[in-house]
Structure formats: C-alpha cells, structure tokens
Ligand binder design. Structure first.
Ligand code: PBG
Length: 430
C-alpha cells in the first residue's frame, strides 16, 4: 500500500503503473499529487461524497435547459436551487474537556490539514534522477551475496552487473558508481593495478558503455582496493601515508578510467591536492569533458565497515585517521570545500550521509556547486537489519532517510537503496 504522502510515492495506485520511467521525472509531481489525494481521502470526506452521489446520480445535477438569464432571474426572485447542507460538526469522544479556544493567530496545522495541502506545500522532492547506484563487481561469473549488506552482491561484471544496471534504468536510475573486488594476487604496496587499462574497472566501463551509451558512470579513485596494505595511499615503512606520491598514482588511475569511458571520476582518498592534479592530468590527455566528483568531507567513520567486508579492503594495520576527517569536526569541512572548489571539482561529496546532515547543509550554503551525499554501507545495513527484525518499517525509513538527505541540501545521493527506492517511487513493488 501507499507510503506516506510526503514522499509522493503511491506504491499501489494503479494510474501510476506503466509510467515510462524515462519521462517519469516530468510526470512525477502531477501524477503523484493526484494519486496521494485520491488514495488518502479520510473517512469524513468519503461520507460526504457518498451523500452527494446518491442524491444526484454520478454527482452531477440534471440540466433543465435554462439560459443564464433564466437562472439569474430564478435566484433573484427567491427561487434558489438546492445545494447540500454544510455537514454537522463531527462529534468529539465522550469525556473530551470543553475548553475556550486558544487565542492563536497562527495555527501551522492549517497548512497540514489534508493530503492536498500537504502535497502543495511540500518543500523537498525526490526522484530516481537524484540517485547514483553503487555497485560491487568481481571477476567471477556468479553473484556473491555480501553478508553484512543484505540485498547487495558482488556482481559478475559480465552478467549480474549488466542485469542490475538494466533493472535500475527501468525505474529511472541511470547513474552508477563502480567498486571492484580485486584479486589478492594483483595487489601491491603501490596499487599499480589501479591504472591497468585492462583491469576490472576499465573493462567493465567499456562493456557497459557499449551496451548503454547514455549510462552515466562514476568511478572511485583511491588505491585501497588495489593496495596490499588496504590503505587509500602508498604506505611508508614508518606507517606514514605518502601524499604526493599517492596523488601521482591517482592521476594515472583517473586517466585510465577516463580512457575507458568514465563520465565522472570520484577521488575518495582524501589526499591533499588531488583534485587539481587529476584535473590537470585529465585535461592533458584530452579529457576536458570528464567531471570530478570530489569526496570533499569524508570522515574517518565506522559506518564503512560493511563496505570493507564487501571488497575485503580493510586496512592491514592502523586506521585512516591521517587522511579521513575527524568526525568531531565541522569547520574543517569548509577548508576542504574551498580547496576542492579552487582546484576545479564539479561536485562536492559528503560522507557518510545521515549522521553528517549538518555538513551537507554547510556545503550547500557555502558553495554553489552541486552537493552529493553518500548514504554509506553501515547506514544501509542498519536500516536493513532493523527491517528484517521488524523493529522498523524498512521501506518507510528508507524513503525518509533519503528525503532527509535531500532536505539537508544534497542534489544527488549515492545509495545502495537506489533500485529499491526508485522502484517504490515509480509506483511498483519489487
Ligand atoms: C575507499 C572507499 C570507502 C568507501 C567508498 N570508497 C571505504 C573507506 O574509505 O574505507 C565506503 C563506502 C561505504 O561504506 O558504503 N576509498
């Protein structure tokens, strides 16, 4: 049945079925507002409709063939036609206290009184066009379930992945981001597999672009899936993550991805100066039209746990606190944002999502660039787990969390729920 009206998502209203999701974005608000209104008529309104219908058949009064002048004359001479009476005030339950009405100029509840007004005054919308779908890929032919992320799989790059992309496109999600599980044998301390033009990611990009030329492909730029140390950068023997040497590798990685056909390269490594260096490297190779989505404010978060299980990319030692940000910090996000803007980032990303709404709002207010939010693996898994245990309504909490990311100021959301949420927005159950 329908989710709550604030999401404009009537999952069972028949007229929203069969919408061509390619034109879904244009149709969405009209269709959904109508569907919300008609599916949400309260009992008292329903009673009135029934009365009118039975009095005049189909709700229409019979025409008597009178001219406008005759109608006006009739009214002027006191022969006023009948209309239904105002319904009596609904009764309060016995025991309700009799009180003087509060003397209030403003009663905000008036603007929330009905599904129609609520839909009219809704400030934030969400559509499948806002989603970027993160997908895990591996060399295998079968899809392997990811234990800590129910519903997510490491997809075979030639089979499962292509099917998953087709499903996403069918409900209006035409943007994906790829995360590879790299064979252990190909990992080394300098992550060189990251810029192998025939590695898993470039190969997959070429396959997808061949099949779906208009698919927008985001890639992850960082060494961790390729590093034998599981860090996003090159690790010196004393444990220091080497900044500029890592940036050198990231530039080669980004160019390799662009060469394969990536639309948006997304450095998630948090090295200093990597956006400017990647921009220069892309431009030098003729990739002026490839965008950069910078992980601007990426925090050293424990919410990434399930992701690292998915890719088997846990750091072999230590943590990521010398490059990812301290979760206690707010102003520091502005320092990162100013640098990324100056270096030529096209999109600024905040990660994780829901626990960091204040950071999303900060960047939204301080920058004119599009803002992305990453609803990360731990956020996804918590909602899934709560749903499986029947502690929360999974679908409603999913839609609410995504709407809240939009309200905080995110233009796009990277979310493992992309397919499920878009399916719901398109008016269909999975
Ligand atoms: C690595 C990377 C991580 C995620 C995206 N890119 C993990 C990390 O930084 O350790 C996490 C995504 C998620 O948890 O969903 N560069």
């Amino acid at each position: 049945m329908a989710t709550t009206p604030i999401f404009n998502a009537s999952c069972s209203f028949p007229s929203t079925r069969g919408i061509d999701c390619k034109s879904f974005i244009g149709l969405r608000s009209t269709v959904s507002k109508v569907s919300v209104a008609s599916s949400r008529i309260g009992t008292s309104q329903r009673r009135n409709l029934v009365v009118r219908a039975s009095e005049s058949g189909n709700g229409h009064a019979k025409k008597l063939g009178m001219s406008d002048a005759e109608c006006e004359d009739a009214v002027a001479s006191g022969n006023v036609p009948e209309a239904p009476p105002v319904p009596p005030k609904p009764a309060a339950p016995a025991g309700t206290p009799i009180v003087q009405p509060l003397n209030l100029n403003r009663r905000p509840r008036r603007n929330r009184a009905s599904p129609v007004t609520r839909a009219a005054f809704q400030e934030t919308d969400i559509s499948p066009a806002n989603f970027v779908y993160p997908l895990f890929i591996h060399e295998g032919e079968e899809d392997t379930p990811i234990g800590a992320m129910p519903g997510c799989y490491r997809l075979g790059w030639r089979h499962g992945l292509v099917e998953e992309v087709a499903k996403a496109r069918a409900v209006g999600v035409n943007s994906i981001v790829l995360f590879p599980k790299v064979p252990e044998a190909l990992k080394n301390p300098t992550g060189d597999e990251a810029y192998n033009d025939n590695g898993l990611v470039p190969r997959t990009i070429r396959l997808l672009k061949d099949k779906y030329p208009d698919l927008v492909i985001y890639t992850d730029v960082a060494l961790d899936p390729y590093s034998s140390d599981g860090h996003d950068g090159i690790v010196r023997e004393d444990g220091v993550i080497m900044n500029d040497e890592t940036v050198h590798q990231l530039c080669k990685q980004a160019v390799s991805q662009a060469r394969a056909g990536a639309d948006v390269v997304s450095p998630s490594d948090m090295m200093d100066g990597r956006v400017g260096a990647i921009r220069a490297a892309l431009d030098a190779e003729g990739f002026q039209n490839v965008s950069i989505m910078s992980y601007t404010a990426k925090y050293a978060s424990s919410f990434y746990g399930p992701f690292r299980e998915a890719l088997d990319s846990n750091p072999r030692f230590g943590d990521k606190k010398t490059y990812q940000m301290n979760p206690a910090n707010y102003r520091e996000a502005l320092i990162e944002a100013r640098e990324d803007e100056a270096e030529g980032a096209d999109i600024l990303l905040v990660k994780p999502g829901l626990p960091y709404l204040d950071i999303i709002r900060l960047l939204r207010d301080k920058s004119s660039l599009p803002i992305a939010a990453y609803q990360v693996s731990g956020e996804y898994s918590m909602i899934k787990a709560g749903g499986v245990l029947k502690m929360i309504d999974e679908e409603k909490v999913m839609m609410e969390s995504l709407m809240c990311l939009r309200r905080a100021g995110a233009d796009i959301i990277l979310t493992y729920f992309a397919l499920q949420a878009a399916t719901c927005l398109c008016g269909e159950k999975r």
